[in-house]
Design a protein around this ligand. Structure first.
Ligand code: NAD
Ligand code: TDX
Length: 372
């Protein structure tokens, strides 16, 4: 079959990547979608059961740091689009093992850029080719909590409910964790390939995602699983840090819009205008999970356990995604209450998925599927 485009999505077995792969495979039968993933602990092919037998989907197990192999994959498949999500993504792991983050997020991105350049540049960067790099709001550093909660004048003064500033596309980079420092470095390399060689690149910086298929080391799935098993909920510090939460399918939709309509060389911020103090979010999680499990309200409030704060814990992230709305017409589609209800319900309805991930059984999926 002749495909209109061949797109590599890196990190497609991870949380956000799997949603992006599923959206593209189903929505664009005329595109060939190659999910290129190393399958680290965070990659789970069970996330892709929906599409694994579709004719326009292919999985390739590969490491983005393996420049020679990536180069071969790009040229053999005549690839004209790359949507790059593969990364080490958990801040706590980056504090323990920064080298792995520099290797994957910095050197991996660089090797992917160079491999794409080797294939695309000699033909003069055809109109069709595009390198889209997915990044995070954490590269901008941390915002202050300088607004009394519930300040009625907040919306008229600009900023959000917890502070007078947002991250915009012009905010200076100021990463604090090894994770965000590595992501910031990769963003700079992508822009350097645009400015130096003329590569058609786009960068987006998104806020915290939540939803189905997230590895249960991140706050929301970890806590839902712990509530289910009545295990302690380790709240870092006083639980006062603020994050801006976006439902993962809304992020995937934004990636679709930006991949197709975004202006080359531009940066777009993606966010939900949905800030929550960790402790308030955790109370909502307990309430919804208990209700869906048929437990009395308040039954699990005592699981909240304040623990030593994360080193260098960023106080507040808040994204201003006005540019994306004004220029490309994207907006989040889901209200947080609805998104959280859907998410908790999904984890409770998919306990096999959670159990496979927490037991390590999911690591055998590749052998079962691909090594027959
Ligand atoms: P994830 O950890 O769930 O998935 C990462 C995927 O990348 C996994 O499938 C893993 O196997 C793969 N991978 C890791 N190293 C690789 C390598 N060397 N070669 C090939 N594949 C490799 O991550 P996620 O939460 O889905 O995040 C995806 C991207 O989005 C990351 O770039 C992250 O920085 C960015 N991001 C995440 C969030 C969030 O809230 N999760 C928010 C904004 C941006
Ligand atoms: O056990 C916990 N207790 C706790 O209080 C965990 C895992 C987290 N937290 C806090 C730390 C953060 O303030 O909850 C907040 C959210 O933590 P994470 O889920 O680890 O996300 P965060 O550190 O905010 O980073 C996330 O958003 C941006 C993603 O992991 C990144 O990949 C993304 O780039």
């Amino acid at each position: 079959m002749d495909f209109e485009k061949t797109i590599i999505i890196t990190g497609g077995a991870g949380f956000i990547g799997s949603h992006v792969v599923k959206l593209f495979v189903k929505k664009y039968p005329r595109y060939k979608i190659i999910n290129l993933d190393k399958l680290t602990y965070a990659g789970n092919l069970a996330n892709l059961k929906d599409v694994e037998n579709m004719p326009n989907y292919q999985f390739i197990k590969a490491d983005i740091c393996d420049y020679e192999n990536i180069k071969k994959i790009i040229s053999t498949n005549n690839v004209n689009g790359i949507i790059h999500l593969a990364a080490e993504s958990h801040v706590d792991r980056s504090i323990v093992d920064p080298f792995t983050f520099a290797r994957t997020n910095v050197m991996g991105t660089l090797s992917l850029l160079q491999a794409a350049r080797d294939f695309w540049e000699p033909t003069g960067w055809s109109d069709n080719c595009r390198f889209y790099h997915i990044s995070t709001d954490e590269v901008y550093g941390a915002l202050e909590l300088n607004r009394p909660e519930g300040d009625p004048s907040a919306s008229e003064c600009g900023g959000g409910p917890f502070g007078d500033k947002f991250f915009t596309e012009d905010t200076r980079y100021n990463p604090h964790s090894p994770y965000s420092a590595a992501k910031a470095s990769s963003d700079h390399f992508v822009r350097a390939y645009h400015d130096t060689y003329g590569m058609p690149t786009i960068v987006t910086n998104c806020s915290n995602n939540y939803g189905p298929f997230q590895f249960p080391e991140k706050l929301i799935p970890l806590f839902i699983n712990n509530i289910r098993h009545r295990k302690p909920l380790p709240v870092y510090g006083k639980g006062e840090n603020v994050r801006d939460w976006l439902y993962v399918e809304d992020h995937a939709r934004a990636i679709d819009v930006i991949f197709h309509k975004g202006v080359i060389g531009e940066t777009y911020n993606i966010g939900g205008f949905n800030e929550w103090k960790n402790i308030d979010l955790i109370k909502v999680l307990i309430k919804v999970t208990d209700r869906l499990l048929g437990r009395p309200e308040g039954a699990d409030d005592d699981l909240i356990t304040y623990v030593t704060d994360r080193k260098g814990h960023d106080m507040r992230y808040a994204i201003d995604s006005t540019k994306l709305k004004d220029e490309l017409g994207w907006e989040p589609s889901l209200q947080f209450e609805e998104g959280i209800e859907k998410t908790v319900r999904w984890y409770l309805d998919n306990q096999d998925w959670l159990d496979e991930v927490t037991s390590g059984d999911y690591l055998k999926y590749y052998e079962r599927m691909y090594s027959k």
